[in-house]
Design a protein around this ligand. Structure first.
Ligand code: ADP
Ligand code: MG
Length: 431
């Protein structure tokens, strides 16, 4: 299938040989398919047409793959002068230095890699280079940047959500040149909303994992709770950090914190912050390409309308409570590392209709506490069985009902352009 794409890209280039994005796409495909000589030819031609970083980086990758490490390093040194904090440049440079046996230099580079992404690990580099004591340095650096260990396969069901995210975010990220060549605008973010504890944060993280991108998670309340004058600087720092770490998913949790209903947001300082946030979203002063923006809120109705204009959060997706299948897999996941006897997952899922993922956490906690009590009294440890958990379910009510009571009113009486139709559908209300 790649071969077909390559052939059609070549054909297209015969007709528009000066189309840089198209040519660049071809070069990347060739590189990814391991057709290094052909890729090299394309990249070298591209060099005379454009001087973009990605072209030179592509060439460096080719030299690396052809075991021509010193050429690779020369290019990377040049690129790093302009962008000394670029993760991909630093990583490739680390590898190529190691191949050249420049251990001291490689260690220096690898430290920079780990500063940017403390969670990063790589078997070969770790065993050759990782120093015993890097953790103290790591923790000072952007602790909110993670390399996620989950992807879509870990998210039970939610097919509609996954599909929407693929169309809107993942395809444009993977094939930016094609989108550009056809003049299709990319950008804009997705807003996830729904009752608390039902997987908004989880699916955002899985999106990053799905495309092997870093996950930068920011609680807007954290930013706002700092001194208001400083919030703006924090906000713009976060966007620049994200731009330095592309590709990444930049996730704004509690985005309603910027909502107009907050009294301090009605004042001019708050207004100013909202405007700055919107401006950063629009990428007016900067380029957001490669930065995938996701937001989450439990109360979308408190969000300023300006957030939903095209190019901002122009898709809004409902994340419902996990369905039967998803609840089964959540139970399975959460019980995996606990001492268990006979567990009827089907039964547990059936009895937790409407429960959120967080509710299921709570239920298991309650069951374990009861079990501990019992074990201490009897002096014997017993594994958890189905009945322990069904007893706990009786003691913990679902927390999503309250949310739906409020949401229902907005869906019925403030449902501009069908924004909340998904809520009505979930509640099986026909209007
Ligand atoms: N579809 C799902 N598949 C697997 N786990 C889920 C799913 N939905 C929720 N969870 C679990 O529920 C927990 C709470 O979800 P979270 O994403 O923090 O909720 P939210 O951000 O919507 O408040 C997560 O830690 C996750 O383990
Ligand atoms: Mg969350």
């Amino acid at each position: 299938m790649n071969d077909n794409t390559i052939e059609s890209l070549k054909q297209a280039l015969l007709f528009s040989p000066d189309n840089v994005p198209l040519k660049q796409h071809l070069a990347e495909m060739l590189l990814n398919c391991g057709r290094f000589d052909e890729a090299q030819k394309e990249y070298e031609e591209l060099l005379s047409m454009t001087d973009s970083t990605s072209v030179r980086f592509g060439l460096a990758s080719i030299f690396y793959n052809k075991n021509e490490y010193s050429k690779c390093n020369v290019i990377l040194e040049g690129l790093l002068q302009d962008s000394p904090h670029d993760f991909d440049l630093l990583l490739l440079h680390t590898r190529a230095l190691l191949k050249e046996n420049e251990i001291a230099q490689a260690i220096t580079m690898y430290k920079l890699v780990l500063e940017i992404n403390p969670g990063f690990s790589d078997r070969e580099l770790d065993s050759a280079l990782r120093l015993a004591n890097t953790s103290s340095v790591e923790s000072e650096y952007h602790p909110f940047i993670q390399m996620p260990d989950i992807s879509f396969k870990d998210v039970g069901r939610m097919d509609a959500v996954k599909k929407e995210i693929e169309l809107k975010i993942i395809h444009p990220l993977k094939h930016p040149e094609i989108y550009k060549a056809y003049g299709k605008k990319t950008g804009g973010g997705i807003l996830l909303y729904g009752p608390p504890g039902c997987g908004k944060t989880y699916v955002a993280k899985a999106t990053a994992g799905q495309v092997n991108a870093r996950f930068i998670s920011v609680g807007l309340n954290d930013i706002l709770d700092m001194w208001i004058g400083n919030s703006e600087k924090n906000l713009s720092d976060i966007f620049s950090i994200a731009r330095e770490h592309k590709p990444c998913v930049l996730f704004f949790d509690e985005i309603d914190a910027l909502g107009a209903s907050r009294s301090d947001m009605k004042q001019s300082a708050g207004r100013h912050l909202i405007n700055q946030f919107l401006q950063e979203l629009d990428g007016v002063d900067n380029d957001n390409e490669g930065v995938l923006i996701l937001g989450a809120t439990n109360t979308p109705w408190h969000l300023d309308q300006a957030f939903r204009r095209p190019g901002r959060f122009d898709r809004i997706i409902f994340i419902p409570p996990p369905d039967n299948f998803a609840r089964k897999s959540i139970f399975e996941l959460k019980l995996r590392n606990k001492p268990t006897g006979e567990i009827d997952l089907e039964e547990l899922a059936k009895k937790t209709q409407g429960y959120s993922g967080a509710d299921i956490d709570a239920v298991i906690d309650i069951a374990i506490e009861a079990k501990l009590d019992e074990s201490i009294k009897s002096g014997k440890a017993h594994p958890l069985i189905t009945k322990d958990i069904t007893d706990a379910i009786k003691r913990h009510k679902s927390t999503t009902e309250e949310w739906f009571a409020t949401a229902k009113n907005f869906a019925l009486y403030a449902n501009e352009s069908g924004l909340y139709n998904d809520i009505l559908a979930y509640l099986k209300i026909t209007k």
